[in-house]
Design a protein around this ligand. Sequence first.
Ligand code: 6PG
Length: 211
Amino acid sequence: MAAYAAGLFKKALLKKEGRFLAAVSGGKTPRRLFRELAAARLPWERAVFFMADERLVPLSSSESNFGAARGLFFSKIRIPRANLHPVRPGPGAAAAYARELLKETGGSGKLDLILLGLGEDGHTASLFPGSPALKEHKRLVAFSRAPASAGTRRRVTLTLKAINRASAVVLMAAGPSKKEVFERALRLDKKIPAGLLRPGGETHFLFSEKE
Ligand code: 6PG
């Protein structure tokens, strides 16, 4: 699955003229993909990275999604520092991130590729079941509160609007414990956040039995 997702990523990056804007998720699932991409010889100087969601913790925290992506991926490729967009924790973090996203996308908020994970409860990014962020249809980035079981509670997340606006969405889920919820997402089951995704562009839902 990681190799397949890396192939999708490479294709999208090489197809795009100029800057390639992507957002990546946290969690365990993307780790193999990050290692594949870190080893790939690609025009990383053209890539710009956002986070699909982030915990409002210092970048140095083991809970930081950006910190994880930096350790496995960003630190291993030749990419200008200015092309990396971590979420800055603090008051108004969601609004500030939305402004940064709008600025980098020339006001469109349209990313070229968004990489998503899937939680066992059907959450994706930090859009959790019942979250008010699911009802955010205007803004591109929202504050979100994760359930206690999901680690750091205070989060910032791309909204469904931002995710659906992307040219390509790649959702990845791995392991037997995700099979049932993955199938629900695939069936666009509206009872789970991942089932509410309606990307306007290329959509790839990838599942691997192997963790
Ligand atoms: C986060 C992630 C989250 C993740 C899912 C799946 O901040 O926790 O962005 O949305 O993608 O929880 O996590 P795993 O890949 O670890 O199963």
